[in-house]
Design a protein around this ligand. Sequence first.
Ligand code: BGC
Length: 734
Amino acid sequence: MKSTLKHRYISVILFLFFNIIFSQNNLLEKIIPKVSDKKIDSILMLLTLEEKVAMCHAQSKFSTKGVERLGIPEIWMSDGPHGVRAEISWDSWNYAGWTNDSITAFPALTCLAATFNPKLSSQFGVSIGEEALYREKDVLLGPGVNIYRTPLNGRNFEYLGEDPYLASKMVVPYIKGVQKNGVAACVKHFALNNQEHLRNTINVEVSDRALYEIYLPAFKAAVLEGKVWTIMGAYNKFRGTYTTHNPTLYKILKKDWGFDGVVISDWSSAHSTKEAALYGLDIEMGTGTDGLGSNSKNHYDNYFLANPFLELLKSGDISESIINDKVRRILRLRYRTNMNLSRGFGRINNKEHHDVAKKVATEGIVLLKNENNFFPIEDKEGLTIAVIGENATRSMTAGGGSSELKPQFEISPLEGLKQRYKKAKIIHAMGYATGPSVYDNVIPSKFNQDSLRVEALGIAKKADIILYIGGLNKSHLQDCEGDDRQSYKLPYNQEELIDQLKAINPKLGMLLVTGNAVDMPWLSKIDGLLQTWYLGSMAGHAIADVVSGDVNPSGKLPFSFPKKLKDNGAHFYGELSYPGDGTNQYYKEDILVGYRWHDTKEIEPQYAFGFGLSYTNFNLSEIETNKTKYSLHDTINVSCKVTNTGEIKGSEVVQIYIGKEKSKVKRALKELKGFEKVNLDKGDSKIINISIPISSLAFYDESISNWNIEKGTYTVYVGNASNNVTKTITISVK
Ligand code: BGC
């Protein structure tokens, strides 16, 4: 007996010891060494001009040269924001066919934004950074922070929603988490890459105000607060010049914000040697993909920042100080990453990463509608659930463009539900099929769509309730890089299928698998609706947790769902605004993006930014500000009591918006300035305090080209969605 106890003690002590040694937190404590400029300069002096130039461009699809004779390593990069991409061939976009490069697929960034939980963003960053490190990557090509301007943008699923404050708050911990591993995050795509259609050529015309207030804040937060080590340029033009080497953007980034890291081009977004040299591009990647020319010469030498750059440097057309600045930045990046001797080894596919992936996925799911308490669905004998729809089984980590992943596993919604429901019977039919092809939108003829539908209707008849799992997918012209959706509607005749299912069995709930808003003419026909995004490896388990009620949904929409496309600000102004006339586009809605547009123009959305239901109820009370009169350097402290008045534990997101009715400039009715997620057991209350510096009420004043805080009266709105305000408080600023 005694010896069993002894053993137990010893194993507890060993357990604690190993936990302390190997815990994620401990790994996080590692200090990234501060790199001295002196040290960097001492290396710079040793480099030949040729060696310096070689550092400024690719040597393969995803790497740049080191300097072998000095022991300076190559730099290895990899996509992307949701997991480390499978290895790509040296010279082409083909996968290299390795067998040891499968990883954890984390949820898409839209889902992360929907958690409204910056702590989770940090865990996401730490975990994905560890996976990148294990895969020996120095730069992870993500996260993306381009603002959601139109629901048609094929790449919205990779970004953090429509609000610059939310995107900023979520991106900073992600970056810090990744970089704690000695792996650089690469915030992309700088800037104004808000649509995929015509992305390589379109010229964006936008006011300074919208630029500074809407499209740049998340990048600024990434640089100033996240201290990000690299930034990726974008494909499009801004005011007539390509964004990857644009004088205005370069000045803002490197001069005004003091960015000390490396600007990397998007793959093939550099267009000129002189402009790339002068306007801030440091590393050129992907130009002339699959090789420039077919001769035997090394085609990477033909890059804009390769031989043509060397020639201009040698001729004195470009001063050597220009390349020295680039090389200093590149050496700094190396010291922060692969020349950081305390860098660890990382890990992949471990339980902690799967747990983080699942936590983000479950917390990001948004309950949009729940009539007759359709959700949660209890697991009980005698209940038959018909799971219908292609998205119940389709891989959502395949496709989508550069964020495509090769996960070690991906639990489909159907599999997750089947594993969770032991008493109820689950039956399944696809209903429609779109085939495996990613870059081919044609429905393959080998699937007989009519018989798939007949089968689904037959299955629906046999069930007590239907769970329809549909939406978009990662195919070309859906939620996919390279182009935009061509319609706001659900594709593949799903609207008709939903109608037919409803006619057969009225107990109909839906899981909407998309990274974008869609038209919902079918909304009145369904009882329950969950927005489930693209959830990665643990998709099915996360979905089963929420559907069954094991986890109470707490996600909030990171973008508005307009009732129709024209209700969106970018689309309201027609073709010149979106997608442009083929050459130019004008962001005519200006600062009124997303809910700012809906609120200010009084156009009711289908679902508002910040909206999301719960299986319990919350009450916000005792809402107060610390005072009502503020001066310019003050901080507004908003306190609010949150009470869980329902029957189960859950989380609520308190959101604070501020607006100014009387202003010398156009204003949005209100703008998000603070939020906090609170987790409460049933019956419990908590008082939360949110601080908002008065300086954050400034607008970008074009008349002085600077930020300006207007004096006068402001309204503070406190609620749990942009369209659900519990209390307003008037304050004044002197
Ligand atoms: C994408 C980037 C990506 C790069 C490398 C480009 O097409 O726009 O986001 O990181 O390819 O795959």
